[in-house]
Design a protein around this ligand. Sequence first.
Ligand SMILES: [Cu+2]
Length: 180
Amino acid sequence: MPPVTAHRRTEFASLPALALTAALVMLSACSAAALPSSSASAAPSAVAVEVPPSPGPSTLASASPPPRPTIAVVKVTPIPNAPDSKTVVTIVAARVRWVPNTLTAPAGEVWHVQIDNQDGPPEIHNFIVASGNTFPERIYQSPNFKKGIFTFDVPALPAGNYLFICTVHPEVMTGSLELR
Ligand SMILES: [Cu+2]
């Protein structure tokens, strides 16, 4: 008698589990047919909810136009036929950093930057003078250079505050340049 009871108990115990499995299979089949399912398959239904086209394109359309007018692009062009100040400004590039990261140079005259690049291959750097972070604001750009000491002629620019940037490593090799 006791063994039979125990056997029946296991049968009854396994029945709800089978029914639940069947229900889960049906639920996932239903969600594949785009019917909302609350509990069993949250991830697939969430992905399906985000598919409707109205939020995506409208958000993109409203987001892309505003940022462009808010960027203040300051275009500066070199002063033609300016005298040479004969000033040489020295700077070191080491461990993918400018040392120092602030420079001062003469305004209204050509000047020269002498760069001691201590970073060996595969690292390369360049030296850009810019009025801002956007591409059109780049005023002067040296060629890329490898390890060694290089001197570049920087054209004459109006007095003011500029940036000097290595565009290979702009996140960590950007400094401030004051022309006065
Ligand atoms: Cu660099």
